[in-house]
Structures are given as structure tokens and as C-alpha cells.
Write a protein that binds this ligand. Structure first.
Ligand code: ATP
Ligand code: MG
Length: 746
């Protein structure tokens, strides 16, 4: 027995590590060593049970977690390389190998949400659906839910075609099959497809299931509480023959219900695998007693949970502090001051400190304040980086080189930079391509045959097709060089070079960063580099991927991204009603949603090892508006010491401060009427006198929470007049009672 593998483990941790064959469930609270056990268990399987590392399949929730787990194993066993992956990466790899069975070629593209939106618009235009009335996001959301529940387009269509009660279903019943058909024609998949195709592949092919079962003889899944139905089916199919499946999870940390995750998957494990051994880990090694008490008291308010307490031998520690500020500018400055103090006087290092928030919109102000105070800072925003227009454009070129069928990529860049190929010409090409069963790039090469195209457009399309054809990884030698060639040949950055405009310099810096990422990829992968490999890495990025633990910076990230991580000091910003719990949950008035919000705060709290600070601000600036806030009802449920900063005497009335929702009794109150979040409502009443009753379609308005939007629809009369607005920030569509809506024309 190799000692180092079980060194310093508790008896129950040791039992989990030394377990070899058969199903194993490890359920335990945060910081109890679940992830550590999985890592040690891998090492034990290889060293003591003589299992080949190639027979192991370990799945974590993020790329960062995968990388860390692989590194930990290597520390214990320097010669061993295990492949640790996320579900999406694993599925992508499997589909490259076996995708033909479900109709996709190995060069398939992976579309992100922005690409998806473009694709769905294309499909809805084809079907003559009004994308103003039927917001693409809402259609996509329903398609995504269907996919997560493994409902195929055909099944959806038969089930809901005649749908009378819900006209959305009838729309989706038409759009979903058409969308999926387009995706296959483009040889493209979205994130949900990666899972759904793999689940289908496995459930429908017993031979393949057997073969893969033999390849992956031991399967380990961390954070199992956040798996959805597709992921569940994939795991179940792979483990069918041998049952060597070890999962770890904590139902109290399930925070991806909105993406189709099902807590039941962990709760039903023992039923699905009757031979399962269950191990509970009771001891928390991460946090102080006072942090744990707070976490425990909070989560105890969830009714749908099994009672479990966290115990620790750690010290009592400092009390959890709630820092209250008059406005968000002072809050950001206050956090910076506190951090300086922690570093200068209490011996903490920058990289031991993290700041979490519920929504990304909160990060900018804090980031700026830290920079003003010369505090080094990194924001975990990998996804946002790859969603920037210039990055998406360049990657679209690369995608088109790899997968010439990719229609979304083609349409994104065919006229970028401008080549005189406007929408009308594009539409003519698209239609002609469809009639003749050609990909868009094939059609572009034969543009001369397309009816009604101007000479200029014919020339433009042909040149474009030739240019794309001229790019190849083999010629360029490396992904980074190919990228540079694309930039050069398209003169993509020409307009920004030498500019003093900050937006332009930022774009240039981003392009450089992308080239840098490509270089890193080239170097890391060496001779086996492929365009596909690089594109996959960029498509499946998660927010925390680029976080560098060692470079001495304070880290900012969303509460969702913080899952599984730990920091000596944590701040949770904006613990206010409408943020946490998020107003969406309040609006639904659904206990399940509120409980998920409570779990999210619980996850945040339990990241902290030594010091935990919650903050709230009496006035919150977001989307260019100042809104008076209301305390989060969760604050009443946990133990903390309240500290006031800079009272301004403006809003001191206790009534402003009290939560308007008693979330512990949610089931007893009727569902919230739309938009009755406290802050917005108060604001609406205050400004009611200034609100014009006359809204017009196309009018630009500003909402205190949702930002700038455009009025898309008006209906009803008098007191029931409803105005519908599409907000550009996140393409969300909301309806309001006109007389009460806190909407300001801009
Ligand atoms: P989460 O639910 O938040 O993902 P977890 O259960 O996965 O938490 P780990 O991250 O594995 O917990 O462990 C929490 C911390 O406690 C880590 O720093 C880990 O190294 C440490 N730890 C775990 N077990 C022990 C032990 N037996 N002795 C000392 N430290 C331990
Ligand atoms: Mg963990």
C-alpha cells in the first residue's frame, strides 16, 4: 500500500479512497474532502489496484477543476497521466469518434449562445415567425429545456403540434425540428446537443455501450448534484456493464436547476444502483466554526432537504461581517479599503482573496475601485472574452476553414470587414444554396449562377470563397500562425491600428490575446495540434479557466463560478432582495427557485476559509440607474455582525430596509405579480408622476434593473394597458402595466 495516498485522511475518507469495485456514492457537505477523495481514489486505483490510467474516466464540472485534479494526481504519481474532463469535453471527444452514427461529421462546429441566436433567427425567418413577437431567446430556452430532458424534435412536434393552451409550444413544435435540421446541415451542435447526441448514441447502440464500458472501466463524477437527465443517462449507460461508478455530491449545493440539473439524480443513486455503497463525510476541513454556523443556519431554512450538519475541528474564527454602505460607489471603495487592510495588517496575500457576485453587472464598479487603489485584480470572465465581437469574428473564420458547412460562421463574417455583400445579396445566396443543396461556401464559389446578384456581389462572394479555401493549418504550420494569416489577409484589424480611441486599442489587445491563447495551445499540444482542438477549447471555455492562482491577484467571479473553489477570504457583494434571491425567483414566487437561490448563497459562504464579508448597499447603481435597495431576506436567516459605513441620513427609514418577501413562507402567498420586486416597485411609485402614459412602438426606454430597451408591443386599455419591452443587454423581453412601469423614455 502506497502510504502517501491515504496520508492524513479520516476513516471515512479512507474507506472511500480504498473502495475499488462496484457503485459508490459519496454524499457530504462543502469542504469535507469530496474532491480530495476522488483525486486520491484515482491514485489508489492506479497504484494499488493496478488499473491502467487509460481505463479511468474522471469527470469534473469545470475545466479548471479538471486541470487541478490531473495535477494533484501527478503530484502523487509523477509518471501517471489521467484524462480528467468535463462532461462537454468528454462528449465532444466521443462525438468526433462516433458522431456519424447520429448524423454529424468529425469536423463539427460547436455553437455558443450568440451563434445559436443567429441560427434561430435564420430558422424563424424561414418559417415566417416574427422574432420581435417571439423572442429568439425564449424559443431557444424552450428548445434547451427539451434537449436537457432528452425530448427529440420529432417527439416535441408530435406532442405539442396541436397545442392549444400554450401558443409558445406550438411555435417551438415548428421551430425546434427546423432548427435541428439546420444544425445538422451546418454540421454544428450546441452545448445541449453535445450531451443529447451522446446520450442518444449510447442508449440506442448496445454494442457501442459495451465497447465503451470496456474502455472506461472505472468512472468517477464529482459534483454529481448538478447533472441533468442527459448527463445522468450517459453515466448510467457507460457504467451499465461493470457498475464501477463513483459519484460525489452535495444536494445542498445544487445550483444549476435553471439549466436542467436534477437533484434527484443524487437522491436516486441508491435506488438505481442497489448494490451501491454510501459513504458520508461529516467533517469540514475548510472553514472556521463561525462561517460554518452561518452557512448551516441559512441552509436549514430549505424545506426540501435532508437534515445534515457540518462539524469542524477548526477554530471559532472571526465573526461573519455584513458591511452596509450608503451606495455602490462607497461599497466598492469600502471593499478596496478592507482588502488593503487585510493585506497590510493581517498578513493575507492578494491571491487569497476572492469577491463573488450574483450578476456580472456588479463586477465592473468593484474592479475599477480595486484598480484605483492599486490592488491587482483578475476577473473570471473567460466566457465573456470569447463572446466579444472581434474574437467571435476571427474564430468564425477559423471555424469555416475547419467546417465549410458552418452556416452561422459564414454569415457572421462574409461581410466583415465590409465587402459590399449586404443582407439582400446574402439572402439571395442563402436561398439559392438551399434550393441546390449546397453549403454557403460552395454557393459563394458559384455566385455567378445565383439569380439577381450584382456583379460586385458575385465578385465579392467568389473572392471570399477563394480566400477561405486558401487558408490551411498545414500551410500555416501552427494555429497561431494561421490566425495571424487570417488577420493579415482579411485586413481585419486595419481600421483600428494607430487609433487613439480606447475601444479600438482594446479590440487590438483582445486580438493579441487570442493569438496568445493560440500560441499557448500550440505549445501545449505540440505535434498533435489541430484546428479542431483549438476551436473546441475556445468553445467550451468556462469563466474560471483563465484564473491563475499563483500570480498574486484578487479574483472576481460570479457565485456560480465559485463552486468547488476555496479562498481564505471571501466577499459576497450585494446581498439584497432582487439580486440574491434574484428577482426572477421572486417573480416566479416559486419555493423551488427560492431554495436554489438560498443554496447559491450557501455555496458562496462555504467557499470562505477564514474570513467572510457580506456587503449591501442602500442605493444600487446598475445599468446607469440608482435604485434604493431592500435587504435580502436571507440575511435574517444567518448569523452575522452588522457594520454600518458612512450614513448619509437619506434612507434611514427601517421600512426601506425590511425585506418585502417572507421567503420562508413562500408557499402560503400567491405568486408575485410581474415586476413586483421591491426596489423596482418603490422606484416606480416614486417616479409615477413623471411617467408618460403614451408609449409608442420603437420608443427607447430605460428600466432601473434591465437597462435600455425598445418598446415592441402595446396592448390593453386604461389601467390595464400593457407595454412590452425588449432589453438589449440580455435580449430579455418583459411586459409591464404601462401606468406603473418604472420606464423612462431616453
Ligand atoms: P466542495 O463541496 O466545496 O466542493 P469538497 O467536499 O470537495 O468541497 P475539498 O475541496 O476536497 O472538499 O476539501 C476541502 C479542503 O479541505 C481542501 O483544502 C482539502 O485539501 C482539505 N481537506 C480535505 N480532507 C482533509 C483531511 N483529511 N485533512 C486535512 N485537510 C483536508
Ligand atoms: Mg469539491
Amino acid at each position: 500500500m502506497n502510504d502517501s495516498i491515504t496520508d492524513g485522511l479520516t476513516d471515512s475518507q479512507k474507506a472511500a479512497v480504498e473502495h475499488v469495485d462496484g457503485p459508490l456514492l459519496i454524499v457530504a457537505g462543502p469542504g469535507s474532502g469530496k474532491t480530495r477523495v476522488v483525486t486520491r481514489r484515482i491514485s489508489n486505483l492506479v497504484t494499488n489496484a493496478n488499473i491502467s490510467p487509460r481505463s479511468l474516466l474522471a469527470i469534473t464540472f469545470t475545466n479548471k477543476a479538471s486541470k487541478e485534479m490531473a495535477e494533484r494526481v501527478r503530484e502523487l504519481l509523477p509518471d501517471v497521466r489521467v484524462w480528467v474532463s468535463t462532461f462537454h469535453r468528454f462528449c465532444a471527444r466521443l462525438l468526433r469518434e462516433y458522431g456519424e452514427v447520429v448524423g454529424i461529421k468529425s469536423t463539427f462546429s460547436i455553437l455558443d449562445s450568440t451563434d445559436q441566436k443567429q441560427m434561430i433567427r435564420l430558422v424563424m425567418n424561414d418559417l415566417d415567425y416574427d422574432t420581435v413577437h417571439y423572442a429568439p431567446n425564449k424559443v431557444l430556452w424552450r428548445i434547451s429545456n427539451a434537449k436537457n430532458d432528452l425530448i427529440t424534435p420529432e417527439q416535441y412536434a408530435t406532442r405539442f403540434e396541436e397545442s392549444i393552451g400554450d401558443h409558445w409550444q406550438a411555435v417551438v413544435a415548428k421551430v425546434y425540428p427546423a432548427y435541428q435540421k439546420r444544425m445538422l446541415e451546418s454540421n454544428a451542435v450546441d452545448f445541449d446537443d453535445l450531451l443529447m447526441h451522446t446520450a442518444t448514441l449510447l442508449t440506442e447502440n448496445p454494442e457501442l455501450r459495451k465497447q465503451l464500458g470496456e474502455r472506461y472501466r472505472y468512472i468517477l463524477v464529482d459534483e454529481y448534484q448538478d447533472t441533468n437527465l442527459s448527463q445522468y443517462q450517459i453515466v448510467a449507460a457507460l457504467a451499465e456493464h461493470h457498475g464501477n461508478l463513483c459519484v460525489t455530491g452535495d444536494p445542498d449545493q445544487s445550483i444549476y436547476g435553471w439549466r436542467g440539473a436534477r437533484i434527484e439524480n443524487i437522491l436516486r443513486f441508491e435506488r438505481d444502483f442497489p448494490a451501491a455503497k454510501t459513504i458520508r463525510l461529516e467533517q469540514n476541513f475548510r472553514s472556521t466554526q463561525s462561517i460554518l454556523r452561518s452557512a448551516d443556519a441559512l441552509i436549514d431554512h430549505n424545506q426540501q432537504r435532508k437534515q445534515k450538519s457540518l462539524i469542524t475541528d477548526n477554530e471559532e474564527g472571526e465573526s461573519v461581517q455584513l458591511l452596509c454602505f450608503p451606495d455602490s460607489r462607497e461599497e466598492a471603495e469600502g471593499i478596496a479599503t478592507k482588502i488593503r487592510d487585510l493585506v497590510d495588517n493581517e498578513g493575507y496575500a492578494w491571491n487569497q482573496i476572492a469577491i463573488f457576485y450574483r450578476v456580472n453587472a456588479l463586477s465592473r464598479q468593484i474592479e475599477m475601485a480595486l484598480m484605483r487603489n492599486r490592488i491587482p485584480v483578475q476577473v473570471a470572465a473567460g466566457v465573456a472574452f470569447y463572446d466579444r465581437a472581434e474574437i467571435k469574428d476571427l474564430l468564425a473564420y477559423m471555424r469555416l476553414v475547419e467546417n465549410p458547412a458552418d452556416a452561422t460562421a459564414f454569415l457572421r463574417i462574409v461581410n466583415k470587414p465590409l465587402r459590399g455583400l449586404g443582407k439582400t445579396s446574402q439572402n439571395r445566396l442563402v436561398r439559392w444554396a438551399a434550393i441546390n443543396n449546397l453549403t454557403l461556401i460552395q454557393a459563394a464559389a458559384r455566385a455567378g449562377e445565383v439569380p439577381k446578384l450584382s456583379k460586385r456581389a458575385v465578385f465579392g462572394f467568389k473572392r471570399f470563397a477563394e480566400m477561405i479555401e486558401s487558408f490551411s493549418l498545414a500551410d500555416a504550420g501552427s494555429v497561431a500562425d494561421l490566425l495571424l494569416r487570417v488577420v493579415e489577409k482579411t485586413r481585419y484589424t486595419a481600421a483600428w491600428e494607430g487609433s487613439y480611441d480606447e475601444a479600438d486599442t482594446e479590440k487590438l489587445a483582445n486580438v493579441e490575446e487570442l493569438v496568445g491563447a493560440a500560441r499557448q495551445y500550440d505549445e501545449a499540444i505540440g505535434d498533435e495540434r489541430s484546428l479542431q482542438g483549438f476551436l473546441e477549447q475556445t468553445a467550451l471555455v468556462s469563466d474560471t479557466d483563465w484564473i491563475d492562482d499563483k500570480n498574486g491577484q484578487v479574483t472576481l467571479m460570479t457565485l456560480h463560478a465559485a463552486k468547488g473553489l476555496e479562498f481564505p477570504v471571501a466577499f459576497i457583494v450585494g446581498v439584497e432582495e432582487g439580486l440574491i434571491p434574484h428577482e426572477r425567483a421572486l417573480k416566479e414566487g416559486d419555493r423551488r427557485e427560492i431554495e436554489e437561490e438560498r443554496r447559491l448563497l450557501f455555496v458562496g459562504i462555504t467557499r470562505a476559509e477564514k474570513r467572510l464579508f457580506l456587503t449591501e448597499s442602500r442605493i444600487r447603481s446598475m445599468h446607469g440607474r440608482n435604485v434604493p435597495t431592500i435587504q435580502s431576506p436571507f440575511l435574517r436567516e444567518l448569523e452575522c455582525e452588522r457594520l454600518e459605513f458612512g450614513t448619509d441620513g437619506f434612507i434611514n427609514d427601517e421600512q426601506w430596509r425590511q425585506p418585502t418577501h417572507d421567503v420562508s413562507k413562500l408557499a402560503d402567498i400567491p405568486a408575485m405579480p410581474k415586476l413586483m420586486t421591491g426596489a423596482a416597485l418603490l422606484n416606480g411609485e416614486k417616479t409615477a408622476a413623471e411617467i408618460p402614459t403614451g408609449f409608442g412602438i420603437g420608443m427607447r426606454v430605460r428600466h432601473p434593473r434591465y437597462g435600455i430597451g425598445v418598446v415592441t408591443e402595446l396592448s390593453g386599455y386604461g389601467g390595464r394597458r400593457t407595454v412590452t419591452v425588449n432589453f438589449s443587454d440580455d435580449d430579455r423581453t418583459e411586459s409591464f402595466i404601462a401606468a406603473k412601469a418604472p420606464l423612462q423614455p431616453v
